[in-house]
Design a protein around this ligand. Structure first.
Ligand code: HEC
Length: 416
């Protein structure tokens, strides 16, 4: 059952991989449009929860698919232990470990659950989490730190440390110290540490991580805003939708922010209020209130408190000014009605966002089931499937290690 599920998924994913597409005012911004339109939720090759056809996009109610062969699935704790062990510590269980799974169904479950608890406490789990976070943050670097580039490992190390130590996941957006641990692969040891000096830069979890700032450097700091959105909300822009969309010529404005809350018009260096082909503001009303917060980090992630470091993608690539994003007096904000004054405020808003908690669980789910990336591969999981896990995650102080363990113990994981 598990093999079939992955195969069906892999087939579907093969045709659907969507990479990081740059948007430019000259290019075709439709490229950034939601590619989910190419998916047919009723299509048997569109993977749903656990390979069940008919999975919808995140947040949608799953369609009622054809009767699933649930009754034909049976528990196999031995197989589950093999799969869990590979995922959680990178090695197969020993024969002795497998042999502990014996006796009644209840005995087997108890033994299996004990193994999951053992695996997430194993030092090798730290190494798997470092890999997991490098994949998630896309910071895996080959070999040495590149010349003139900061070390890009710290963010993944910090996220792994938070996970392994069972600290709140929200520390990724709120921690003010110790966000640059080191990892020794020889001993699978994560050692807490503060970041090398980045003069004047605030420390806000991984949001201010120098490696990430360098990795996602791009005009007007939009790629940094996009990175946060896609990595931690699990969905592309646009992300805010009004219940009263407004027709504007050939396009429709669907964002709840007032249309005039961002920069645009014929005198602007970039016209974010252009409605001729696409309605730029559907995405940019949200993005332009976030991106300028990250504008003072340069291409190597170095911070300059008094000088914006990103450019406007027009002739000569001039340095951006605050008015390139927002008219004077507009606040920074995570979302409409969630104004913030700085990155720390943004981090606090992100930490409180229910979509961020749900996204964390979706990523853990996809990891357990070897599904692809929720955004890049469209490996969404219907909210109904992860609901219980999201509730438990929030109720349990955002302990990501516990969430992973719970998913590996779930019926979905142990049924084959
Ligand atoms: C579907 C959402 C969406 C729409 C619509 C959209 N953008 Fe963007 N825009 C983005 C995202 C996301 C990025 C960041 C892309 C990246 O660097 O990965 C971006 C980046 C940009 C950039 C920086 C370009 C660069 O070279 O990195 C400019 C300028 C821009 N958008 C202008 C516009 C304008 C003007 C329109 C309307 C004609 C528009 N965008 C429509 C989402 C959108």
């Amino acid at each position: 059952m598990r093999t079939l599920r992955i195969t069906a998924w892999t087939l579907a994913a093969a045709g659907l991989i969507v990479g990081l597409t740059a948007c430019s005012s000259e290019g075709d911004p439709n490229q950034l449009g939601n590619p989910e339109t190419t998916l047919n939720p009723g299509d048997p090759f569109t993977p749903g929860p656990g390979g069940v056809p008919g999975g919808g996009a995140a947040g949608q109610t799953p369609e009622e698919g054809p009767p699933v062969q649930l009754e034909q699935r049976k528990r196999d704790y031995g197989e589950s232990l093999r799969a869990a062990s590979l995922k959680l510590v990178g090695e197969l269980p020993t024969l002795a470990e497998i042999n502990t799974i014996t006796g009644s169904e209840a005995d087997q479950r108890k033994a299996y659950e004990g193994h999951v608890d053992r695996l997430v406490a194993d030092p090798r789990f730290a190494a798997k989490m470092v890999d997991y976070w490098r994949d998630t943050l896309r910071t895996a670097q080959v070999g040495q730190v590149q010349m003139n580039q900061p070390n890009k490992d710290f963010a993944a190390n910090f996220a792994a440390l938070v996970t392994v130590q069972g600290r709140p996941y929200t520390d990724l957006f709120t921690a003010t110290t110790g966000t640059c641990p080191t990892f020794d692969p020889a001993t699978n040891t994560l050692t807490a540490g503060n970041c090398p000096d980045n003069t004047g830069a605030p420390t806000v979890g991984i949001l201010t991580d120098r490696g990430l700032m360098a990795q996602y450097f791009a005009p007007l700091a939009f790629r940094r805003a996009r990175f946060i959105q896609e990595t931690f909300v699990c969905a592309k822009f646009p992300t805010e939708f009004s219940d009263k969309p407004v027709s504007m010529g050939l396009t429709v404005y669907t964002n709840p922010w007032p249309f005039d809350s961002i920069t645009g018009g014929t005198t602007a260096r970039v016209d974010f209020k252009d409605t001729s082909a696409v309605n730029c503001a559907n995405c940019h009303s949200t993005m332009n209130h976030i991106a300028p917060l990250f504008a003072n980090f340069n291409d190597t992630g170095a911070y300059n408190a008094t000088q914006i470091q990103v450019q406007v993608p027009i002739a000569g690539n001039p340095r951006a000014n605050a008015v390139d994003w927002l008219p004077a007096g507009q606040p920074f904000a995570w979302r409409l009605n969630q104004n913030v004054t700085d990155i720390a405020g943004l981090g606090a808003a992100i930490a409180k966002d229910p979509d961020v908690a749900a996204c964390a669980v979706t990523r853990a789910w996809n990891y357990a089931f070897s599904r692809g990336d929720v955004v890049g591969d469209l490996a969404t999981v219907p909210a109904a499937v992860t609901k219980a896990e999201v509730e438990a995650f929030k109720a349990g102080s955002f302990n990501y290690k516990n969430t992973l363990a719970r998913i590996f113990k779930s019926d979905d994981f142990t049924m084959w």
